[in-house]
Design a protein around this ligand. Sequence first.
Ligand SMILES: [Zn+2]
Ligand SMILES: [Zn+2]
Length: 108
Amino acid sequence: MFEHAKHAIDEQWSDPASDLALDLTCPDCGQAYSGAQRGGGHCHGGKYGGCCQSFRSQRTADAHRTGPYNPAGQRRCLTPDEMRAKGWTRDDAGMWRAAPPQQPVWPA
Ligand SMILES: [Zn+2]
Ligand SMILES: [Zn+2]
């Protein structure tokens, strides 16, 4: 009963990109990631200035950027510690996924 209910929640919340092939590799860190449009993808480091983390969904990738958009360049990536503090986890493929919502979120 409990297992079934938990499974149902996982299904409901599962990111749509869970089964994407990891068809690209980051030249900076060597991590494989999906190049599919809604796959979240990889935050390129090196000259791109990203954090070299991969994300299961575009929503999660977007959410790992924080700070104001301004000429001073204060927009930045969350650190792994900050992402863990939000309840995010890294799955077997080394990709971050956001924590399930505690309550209904994001109005349509
Ligand atoms: Zn990043
Ligand atoms: Zn990388």
